[in-house]
Design a binder for this molecule. Structure first.
Ligand code: NAD
Ligand code: ZN
Length: 270
């Protein structure tokens, strides 16, 4: 059986990671769709880094949920499987989807890369570990607004080291470093596109399952429809309607942690 899965921020929402477009998506009154842009970084790199550090920390403290686990089960069950996730978190990986069966099409939030040369590194450390300090050459303010551990929704103003406020600089070329994610308006990694294209070109998918995404990007709709072109199932799991809904052979208007374990049991035990 060949199975193609696409996930978006909705699959991690029940792990406590806000989606961009949900009620909880705004960060200190900033619109994520405007912060996740090259323009925002050029204008205020410190602000953008603050946002990413807080998101990293929130992801470190989160755990994979029943939907991530159900997708892992499907990856083990299928003869051929590919997961394309738009999520920059690592919850699919931590739930056990092997790297060779997954494409993080919008990058990896734990990667820090130079905005000019090819230098990059990935933060390690999980489960409540703080954001590691980075080598910096720019000075920063002494105050940051960080979520408290006791009540994550409330934000307190707490002093922190100057280092944490700073912007990492490339040790090779001294240019600003940035998070290793794809921002709105940027190109996708061609090597990742190739992996998806080759999977789709190799043959018919019995199931294409699209979970927790607004499907606003043309390539997401295109891949989902192509996976379904020769007549398999196209299943959408999302409490809301999306541009893909009209093409779905099955629509499940439920949260992912409710829908996925049941759906995947049905697929794995026909
Ligand atoms: P989005 O924020 O645009 O939309 C989230 C979608 O998930 C909505 O359609 C919503 O109805 C649905 N949803 C909400 N709760 C759900 C649940 N419990 N179960 C199932 N569906 C649920 O997210 P997107 O379409 O992935 O696009 C936003 C962009 O933001 C992506 O590029 C992504 O990289 C990035 N992003 C990533 C994360 C993450 O890594 N966890 C979080 C926020 C945004
Ligand atoms: Zn560099």
């Amino acid at each position: 059986m060949r199975i193609f899965v696409i996930t978006g921020a909705g699959v991690s929402a029940e792990s406590g990671i806000p989606t961009f477009r949900g009620e909880d998506g705004y960060w200190r009154n900033f619109d994520p769709a405007k912060l996740a842009t090259p323009e925002a970084f050029a204008c205020d790199p410190k602000l953008v880094w603050q946002w990413y550090r807080e998101r990293r920390q929130r992801i470190r403290e989160a755990q994979p949920n029943a939907a991530h686990q159900a997708i892992t089960k499907l990856a083990q069950y299928a003869d051929e499987f590919l997961l394309v996730t738009q999520n920059v978190d690592d919850l699919h990986a931590r739930a056990g989807v092997p790297a060779e069966k997954m494409v993080q099409i919008h990058g990896d939030i734990f990667v820090t890369r130079c905005s000019r040369c090819h230098f990059q590194f990935r933060e390690e450390g999980r489960g409540g570990t703080p954001e590691p300090s980075v080598h910096c050459t720019q000075s920063g303010r002494l105050w940051s607004i960080a979520p408290t551990s006791a009540q994550r929704e409330e934000r307190s103003i707490a002093p922190t080291s100057a280092q944490r406020e700073e912007i990492p600089m490339c040790p090779k070329c001294d240019e600003l470093m940035r998070p290793g994610v794809v921002w709105f308006g940027e190109q996708l990694d061609p090597d990742k596109i190739d992996i998806v294209e080759r999977f789709l070109a190799r043959g018919h998918c019995d199931y294409a399952i699209v979970i927790g995404t607004t499907a606003t990007f043309g390539y997401i709709i295109d891949w989902a429809l192509r996976a379904n072109a020769s007549g398999g199932e196209l299943i959408e799991v999302n409490p809301d309607e999306t541009p893909l809904s009209t093409f779905a052979t099955q629509r499940i208007h439920e949260p992912a942690t409710i829908a996925l374990p049941r759906l995947i049991d049905q697929i794995c035990n026909p």
